[in-house]
Design a protein around this ligand. Sequence first.
Ligand code: SF4
Ligand code: SF4
Length: 173
Amino acid sequence: MTGSQKLYLPEVLKGLFVTMGHVLRNLANPRRMPVIFYPEQKKDLPPTTRGRHRLMKREDDSPRCTACMLCATACPAECIHIKAAESPDPDIEKFPEKFEIDMLRCVFCGFCVDACPLDAIRMDVPEVMLADYTRESLVYRKEFLMDHDNKDIVPDYNPPRPVIWTHGPHAKP
Ligand code: SF4
Ligand code: SF4
């Protein structure tokens, strides 16, 4: 260390000058501040952002999910909770009576999306609202996850893997 660094005080003053320089520059031109006033202001995120989850729907608005639990098993944060029930559709074995994602535990890894064989869960809603007042409001429930018009948000979106049925009523010849 140099003599000035050993004395500490000159270095502390240098640091304060740098900080004050930033403060004055930002006060003189607030528009150039590298921050936004979230949540009043929101940043436009690119369409490929791994955003908020949603559960995709069938044509009759029922969940595409068959409660196979693959996403919950793949989730490293153990934040997906599914309660399966018998589906009223005779061609489908199960459906998620309850489907919840605890966003306070989610690490946005996307493993759930990759694990799903039915393209039933996507992370393409370009908003990540993780500021709220109660823990309860950050547990996303099935009704909230399905509250969308089922359209593709990302142009030319391709599901992670093609769904090829080898048996059952949807089997391809
Ligand atoms: S993004 Fe990752 S952590 Fe979040 S629910 Fe999916 S698998 Fe779990
Ligand atoms: S992997 Fe897909 S089909 Fe299976 S429980 Fe998760 S969202 Fe539903």
